[in-house]
Write a protein that binds this ligand. Structure first.
Ligand SMILES: *Cc1c(COP(=O)(O)O)cnc(C)c1O
Length: 563
């Protein structure tokens, strides 16, 4: 079944999470969605990639809220047999002195242009394994440090061995974030010199050779966000798989830092936006961190806009640069297809939350992982001010987002948002859609009028949901961080909030922009909305035309894979 994929050498793209489709819960957020969009773009462009991830049979979690607005986490399992074919090979990885068997599944991602990409989903739930080992590929981001480290052994070491066992010839490895960096250790062992050929004191691993094979994309602009493991744990689990002194020289003296390991063994390293690369260079002095700004796949477009682009800009799906001409499409057509998407969102909110939104009032959308640095509560810093603005110029709000089950602060934020909603609801129609997933994301980014993003600078590496909004003619109102530093042309593609300063200043700036710029432009003079539609067109023609996965992948090919 791999015959059609192993006839040419491929780029092995490793990611802990990957968003393949809505009902396969192998992703938790932006990192997984980016991995999915990467493979979808590779399918359209017929690039020779093979993706490697974990099967995560028990998924991430399905989110509900109780009456108190607390997040309730339900299991979200999926059945790989319904979507994928069992692999014909099995390999082992060393864990705590045992050989743990790794099998898996072939999922074939078929792109919207008909291109096909293999995705290997590793699975340890095999009868050969002990009970606890069978659960290693069950839960995405579940368990303690030991569980995570073992998962990363399965992903990095198991994945590399599996590719070889299946007959894949790998020309380059690409690590999407540090989780898969243990693959470098497997490569060091493959490229080791025989001991008898070494002179005293000589390195036994061919590090320069491994570096030529590896590419690393970092996604996390805070040191604490990088996976780290104590060497006590590493040695207990991994034994003498790799010489410990060598490992310490590559991954950190005190703890095994997966980012440092990937940095030291990758010739090509990049951040996911220009600003993020700058921050990463300060965080990792001495490394050459390039930047390739993220992009999203054209399938993040509502059916109405997709038809409109098909009619006016044929070919846009594999050459999204053509959207640069979207400003030539008639205002009325843009307004019509947006209104259709808005009605779909309104219906979804009515069905899921019982909240009635007004079709002719602007909707602000905010949806992302609920975690402190994303500051979902910034909009609600001053409820009286928010109400006063809404009384003069009515608007409404739709929220969505999951908090990681162990992120107590994120979960508290969800509760706080529900409390704000109760306090505002008689002035501002407002709803919190449960279970933010791919479907919800498309409904939201296409159905709202303004996409809000208020992270704490400089913690948003890139952010991608605003790019999805741009494909749907939805401008962003966002803090200048991540991709928005590159994407914001004030009043043309959207609007900037604050100046990367204090939180109070950001909140002030947000209210001022909303009250004096965004809402008045939407209101226009009576029903005259050409100024607003010009910004919608700016979002499409300037931002969707650039911040797309096809431009991103062409750059990875030209700058990383072909170096
Ligand atoms: C796009 C997307 C994200 C990432 O959005 P950010 O703006 O980067 O936070 C997270 N979750 C889902 C379901 C998405 O579709």
């Amino acid at each position: 079944m791999h015959e059609s994929f192993i006839d040419r050498s491929r780029i092995a793209y490793f990611s802990m999470e990957i968003a393949l489709r809505n009902d396969i819960s192998t992703y938790s957020g932006g990192l997984g969605v980016l991995a999915g969009d990467t493979i979808r773009a590779a399918a359209d462009l017929e690039l020779p990639l093979v993706a490697v991830s974990l099967v995560s049979r028990k998924g991430y979690f399905r989110q509900q809220f109780d009456e108190g607005g607390r997040q309730v986490e339900l299991a979200d399992p999926w059945d790989p047999a319904q979507h994928a074919t069992p692999l014909e090979a099995k390999v082992t990885v060393p864990i705590e002195g045992r050989d743990v068997w790794v099998g898996g599944w072939l999922y074939v991602l078929v792109g919207h242009m008909g291109g096909r990409q293999p995705v290997i989903l590793l699975d340890t739930d095999l009868p050969e394994n002990l009970g606890a080992d069978r659960e290693l590929t069950h839960y995405l981001y579940g368990g303690d440090a030991a569980y995570r480290f073992k998962q990363e052994i399965v992903l990095g070491i198991g994945g590399t061995r599996m590719l070889r066992a299946l007959g894949y010839r790998v020309r380059q490895y690409h690590m999407n974030e540090g989780h898969s960096a243990l693959l470098t250790l497997e490569l060091l062992r493959r490229h080791a010199y025989a001991a008898e050929n070494l002179r005293a004191g000589e390195q036994c691993y061919d590090i320069p050779r491994v570096r030529t094979l590896c590419n690393f994309t970092t996604h996390t602009p805070v040191e604490a966000g990088h996976d780290q493991f104590s060497y006590e744990l590493v040695q207990r689990v991994l034994g003498d798989f790799i010489d410990i002194a060598t490992l310490q020289s590559l991954a950190g003296a005190d703890r095994l830092n997966m980012t440092h390991l990937a940095l030291n063994l990758s010739e090509y390293v990049n951040g996911v936006a220009k600003r993020h690369a700058e921050v990463s260079r300060l965080m990792f002095p001495g490394y050459h961190v390039r930047s390739i700004t993220n992009g999203v796949h054209p399938s993040w477009t509502s059916s109405g806009f997709a038809k409109l682009y098909d009619a006016h800009l044929p070919g846009w799906r594999c050459e999204p640069e053509l959207l640069a001409r979207a400003d030539q499409i008639a205002d009325a057509a843009i307004q019509d297809v947006h209104q259709q998407a808005k009605e779909r969102l309104i219906e979804r909110v009515r069905a899921a939350c019982g909240v009635a939104l007004q079709p002719h009032w602007p909707i602000l959308g905010f949806a992302r992982r609920m975690t402190a640095y994303k500051r979902p509560d910034l909009l609600f810093s001053d409820l009286d001010r928010l109400k006063a603005i809404a009384r003069r110029q009515p608007f409404q709000i739709v929220l969505a987002g999951k908090a990681h089950p162990r992120d107590d602060e994120g979960k508290r934020l969800i509760q706080t948002l529900h409390a704000h909603m109760r306090e505002l609801h008689d002035v501002i129609p407002i709803a919190f859609l449960p279970n933010y997933d791919l479907d919800t994301a498309l409904t939201l980014v296409s159905g709202v009028d303004v996409w809000l993003n208020t992270p704490l600078c400089p913690l948003e590496a890139s952010g991608t949901s605003g790019m999805k909004a741009a494909f749907n003619g939805v401008p962003s109102l966002s803090v200048l961080d991540g991709w928005w530093i590159e994407g914001c042309i004030e009043g043309v593609t959207g609007w900037a909030v604050g100046n990367c300063g204090a939180s109070e200043d950001d909140a002030q700036s947000l209210y001022e922009k909303l009250e004096n710029v965004v809402l008045p432009l939407y209101g226009g003079n009576g029903n005259e909305r050409s100024g607003w539609i010009a910004v919608m067109k700016g979002a499409i023609s300037k931002n969707a035309a650039y911040f797309n996965s096809h431009r991103m992948m062409r750059r990875y090919v030209a700058e990383a894979y072909m170096r």
